[in-house]
Design a protein around this ligand. Sequence first.
Ligand SMILES: Cc1cc2nc3c(=O)[nH]c(=O)nc-3n(C[C@H](O)[C@H](O)[C@H](O)COP(=O)(O)OP(=O)(O)OC[C@H]3O[C@@H](n4cnc5c(N)ncnc54)[C@H](O)[C@@H]3O)c2cc1C
Length: 304
Amino acid sequence: MRWYRGYESQVEEDALLAARTAYKVGGPARWYVQPHDETTLAALLRRAADRRLPVHVLGGGTNLLVADGGVDGAVIRLPLRGFARIERQGTRLTVGAGFSLPRLVKWSLAQGLAGLECLVGVPGSVGAALRMNAGGKYGELGARVVSVRGVEWDGTPFRFNRDACGFRYRDSDLKDRLVTACELDLEPAEPPHGEALVRRIIAEKRASQPLDRRSAGCVFKNPKLPGVPPAGKMIDELGLKGLRVGGASVSTLHANFVVTDRWATATDVLGLIRHIRRHVYRERGVQLDLEIATWGVRQEELAV
Ligand SMILES: Cc1cc2nc3c(=O)[nH]c(=O)nc-3n(C[C@H](O)[C@H](O)[C@H](O)COP(=O)(O)OP(=O)(O)OC[C@H]3O[C@@H](n4cnc5c(N)ncnc54)[C@H](O)[C@@H]3O)c2cc1C
């Protein structure tokens, strides 16, 4: 008997994922699940947990590498209907995890609310941005969070206040959970508040990132070790800009970005990442940790 019996219209078998990720590479998901609402989501998670099926959650696919062999298990995508609501009460926003982060930034500025400008130019969904504590040198999403709601993999609901989320650099304690919504607290601001910072960040990104190419943003986290430069600077200093494996190459604009050509495979991207990690470890003695998420990839495929 199918584990998703009764929910057939919300589950697709052997669904292609490549087009749903920013790298546009990788194999299919055994089951691609788009639950209509939170009750269905919890019910399907319970069933998957009972059968010990692996479960992943997909946002905009802008920080993710799916292996060519695909994902053995269920990939849950929160559909806009049901998971992308936004409500405002004064300076507080309640936002669904499926809401687009770029839209949220634009919407909050148009509403005369400040605090999310630092996230301009970060693609993807609010759910993943919470899990990754998305941000940059001007700030991070976690700083604006009041609480986060979601479900554990067995379908049990949770609600964490900000402290319990454990926000840190490109990481949080939400990473082994499924986020469905959050409450944010912003600040009232008269336009043109924030516009100068938004313009500055956009100009900086245009000048330093390959925004016209397929990428998943920064591949590696910046090592938080005294005296060690950011990952991109190290990779650049080691002369790896432009290095190519098949259809994947190190961006010539930003050395922490891997860009993919139309013919690239996930194996190309993995091969390039492994080469960079090994080279940096050999030359600098630093182990670079991945910022991107990987699905269907074995640890040894990335070993230094
Ligand atoms: C050009 C470019 C620039 C970028 N610049 C930045 C930047 O400046 N700062 C920055 O932080 N990031 C940046 N990124 C990376 C990326 O946009 C962010 O990490 C974003 O938050 C990923 O969102 P997503 O919805 O696409 O996540 P996905 O790629 O779909 O998923 C990423 C991870 O989040 C998990 N996830 C997805 N949805 C949920 C959910 N509802 N609950 C729990 N976990 C979930 C996934 O399982 C996966 O592990 C950039 C990417 C690109 C392509």
